[in-house]
Design a protein around this ligand. Structure first.
Ligand code: BGC
Length: 765
């Protein structure tokens, strides 16, 4: 496929795209006229660069050791050093610590011909050393301020360790709990996902990217990775345009609107094209329609995977396809560095493609201030003072408490009484200091989490006894031997656990998944409690009914038996460094739980993918015969719906009103609702607003979240909350990706979760 560079210049807002046309397709090459100075500096530098040096900027090397995936060529550290010295490396990942970063940066700026600094990337997914809850957990807080603050803490620590670019936030919408990477995202909803994407980008990048404690963010994985078929990692993705435009892309667009400086593409294909080679996604949508002026990094060696997918026959073709499609930087694939120079020299790839990619990369480096001071992130005093400091522990504890979701609390078993109680703490995860750190914790110390046992031990008024009952693999071997995590390696202590349960007033059981059971490469076919945990739970329950089940997990679990039998269930995910303190404060009522599920919990794995914003189907109604949309062996409803979460107090919704029963397109509709705290505690509630567009040129979901507010209400108090709806909320993307607002009847729902709501109606004219 030959491309001919056209001369046409298209102007969008402040960005000029020099279009290299193939047929009528734009290449969307960028010159940012908004920032003339940076732009001029970049142009000057570009004009001095050789083709090899340009390709070098598009080459990212891993820090000489194997971290997240197979290295295409092992043992090539020497080659990498040589390339670094020649100026053939634009970025490195997984180099950390001021001393290490200073050294590679020194080589880049002092030993190469042009002295272009490196941009240093790292997976700061939920903190650097001091860890926040895993992202799915943090999303359960629906607290955008706390989420932004948690990203801020991560940026401060990472930047103090020499890093200036994080591969976060992961903004993939995911509906399939079998997929291990649901732990990295914000769950199933594009509206919530977009708000959280923006909060995280803001937290990482701050208001001024050139400050030494802000870092460039990276919205990933562009796009549709979360829709891997059957929840199987790295699998094919085949979705229609309605889902792509309305569900998958909005959080990426939101991140771009917040000026996220980079995006990462991904390992999946989308409708037959591996996305690393997708011009449609990267050139047409991202760099075209959305005017994105940052750069795109490939996922780990995903350029090479074009070959395994059967899309490119060799590395040469992979280099041509990916560069032309708009993948600006090759992460550890060695494809660009090996192939691109000759492809440009022989005219297969236009040099303008390189110029565009390098311009984007250099622009971000200028914005970070790396040309002013390449060592600005390499201050060892700052490193000592900022990494793991007490303020950061406070911040992650704050967000950890807010991330906990109370799923069930029969007879007010919770909060626990603080005095005079005999508490039996049971379970293989109850005194685990490693697993609560969760997946993606490359720079944290092993076993550095506060365990639930440690957290609960601080409440001295009760007598606490502990038995793990069974042993799962809970050390770091869980990372390297994921298949063994399901297995119980020792069940000798079940009797001891039963014995302490018998004499206890209340039993707290900490069960669930190991921190390494979710994350990349961790798909599951079952969503139950792994190993003999279910057996342990049932045996303990048989001798003491006062069981509080504390779940640790990185994805929704199917816990139908527990829901039916266990009186109190607390979803505590993996909450990072401060896990035990957060859990204890919630159990003892020092924090009244306020989290709400960002992902639907299924009754069983067969219901997956299950999500609240499903379509009605042509046969939605329960019929006396079998020919309606349902299962013959399970309810359609989930175990816990999206947006669900209890509090120790009670909230009552009333007085839902719309400002008008009819509005004209473009006008605002105000929706108001009264919430009263009728329980015995002060509390916080996430008030959620959903709409349903009853008839559309493409079918609309039965509910769509279009607003939420986290409010504090004292016991006995009422508050009235107002939401505004307008075109942005009422419209949708049609099959061509155009945003349309169609007149018609709407329903509006407000409540404390996606299923228990008040309803009003209005007509859009
Ligand atoms: C993951 C990315 C990650 C990259 C670098 C890949 O395997 O898919 O999310 O940023 O590795 O560690």
């Amino acid at each position: 496929m030959k491309r001919h560079l056209g001369k046409m210049i298209l102007t969008y807002a402040t960005v000029v795209f020099i279009s290299g046309c193939s047929g009528d397709k734009k290449d969307n090459l960028m010159i940012d006229t908004k920032n003339e100075t940076v732009n001029e500096k970049v142009s000057q530098l570009l004009s001095k660069m050789t083709i090899e040096e340009k390709v070098g900027q598009m080459n990212q090397y891993n820090g000489f050791w194997d971290v997240t995936g197979p290295i295409p060529k092992k043992g090539n550290a020497k080659k990498k050093y040589d390339h670094l010295r020649k100026g053939w490396v634009g970025s490195m990942l997984n180099v950390r610590g001021t001393e290490n970063v200073r050294e590679v940066q020194r080589i880049a700026v002092e030993e190469t011909r042009l002295g272009i600094p490196l941009i240093i990337g790292f997976d700061v997914i939920h903190g650097y050393k001091t860890l926040s809850p895993i992202p799915i957990a943090e999303s359960a807080s629906w607290d955008l301020e706390a989420i932004e603050n948690s990203a801020r803490v991560a940026a401060i620590e990472a930047s103090a360790a020499g890093i200036n670019w994080t591969f976060a936030p992961m903004v993939d919408i995911s509906r399939d709990a079998r997929w291990g990477r649901v732990m990295e995202g914000a769950g199933e909803d594009p509206y919530l996902g977009s708000k959280i994407a923006q909060a995280r980008v803001k937290g990482f990048q701050g208001d001024d990217l050139s400050k030494p404690n802000t870092i460039a963010a990276c919205a990933k994985h562009f796009a549709a990775y979360g829709f891997s078929e059957a929840g199987k990692e790295y699998n094919t993705v085949d979705i229609g345009t309605a889902t792509l435009y309305n569900i998958v892309l909005p959080p990426f667009k939101a991140a771009v609107d917040k000026n996220v400086r980079t995006l990462m593409n991904s390992f999946n294909e989308l409708n037959g094209v591996p996305v690393t080679g997708s011009s449609f996604l990267q050139r047409e949508i991202l760099k075209g329609k959305w005017n994105f002026n940052g750069f795109v990094v490939s996922d780990w060696a995903s350029l090479n995977e074009l070959i395994a997918w059967g899309h490119a026959k060799d590395k040469k073709e992979a280099a041509r396809i990916a560069s032309t499609a708009g993948s600006d930087m090759d992460m550890e694939g060695n494809v660009y560095i090996e192939e691109l120079t000759s492809l440009v020299k022989n005219g297969t790839v236009k040099e303008s493609i390189l110029d565009d990619a390098v311009r984007r990369i250099l622009t971000v480096k200028f914005e970070l201030g790396l040309f002013d001071d390449p060592f600005k992130y390499c201050d060892s005093t700052n490193e000592k003072e900022n990494i793991g400091n007490a303020k950061h522990h406070e911040a992650v504890l704050d967000v950890a408490k807010k991330s906990i979701v109370l799923l069930k609390n029969e007879n007010n078993l919770l909060p626990l009484k603080k005095e005079g109680q005999q508490i039996a703490l049971i379970g293989p995860l109850a005194n685990d200091k490693n697993s609560p750190l969760g997946s993606w914790r490359l720079a944290s110390e092993d076993n550095s989490a506060v365990s639930v046992y440690e957290g609960m031990s601080k409440y001295k008024g009760n007598k606490l006894s502990f038995q793990k009952g069974i042993d799962l693999i809970t050390g770091n071997e869980a990372f390297t031997q994921p298949l063994t995590i399901n297995k119980t390696i020792n069940d000798n202590d079940i009797e001891k656990a039963i014995s302490i349960a018998k004499s206890a007033d209340v039993v707290v059981m900490v069960l669930g998944e190991h921190g390494f059971q979710s994350g990349e490469g961790r798909s599951r076919t079952e969503l139950d409690l792994p190993g003999k945990q279910q057996e342990l739970l049932e045996k303990v329950f048989a001798v003491n009914k006062n069981v509080v089940l504390v779940l640790n997990n990185g994805r929704p679990l199917a816990i139908e038996w527990a829901d039916k039998n266990i009186p109190a269930i607390v979803e505590a995910w993996q909450l990072g460094t401060q896990t035990g303190n957060a859990v204890a404060q919630v159990l003892y009522g020092d924090y009244n739980p306020s989290g709400k599920l960002p992902m639907t919990f299924p009754r069983n794995v067969g219901q997956v993918p299950i999500y609240y914003n499903y379509k009605s189907t042509g046969r939605p109604n329960r019929e006396p015969h079998v020919f309606w949309s349902h299962y013959t062996d399970s309810e359609n409803t989930p175990l816990y719906p999206f947006g669900y979460g209890l509090s120790y107090t009670k909230f009552e919704y009333s007085d839902l009103t719309v400002s008008s029963k009819e509005i004209n397109k473009g006008n605002n509709l105000t929706v108001s609702v009264k919430i009263t705290n009728t329980g015995g505690y002060d509390g916080k509630e996430v008030v959620q607003l959903y709409i349903r567009d009853l008839f559309g040129s493409i079918t609309r979901p039965v509910k769509e979240l279009k607003g939420f507010e986290l409010i504090k209400i004292k016991k006995g108090e009422s508050k009235t909350i107002e939401f505004t709806l307008n075109n942005n909320e009422l419209g949708f993307f049609n099959a061509n990706g155009e945003f349309v607002v169609e007149p018609g009847e709407f329903e509006v729902f407000v409540g404390g979760n996606s299923t228990e709501t008040l309803k009003e109606t209005f007509v859009l004219k």
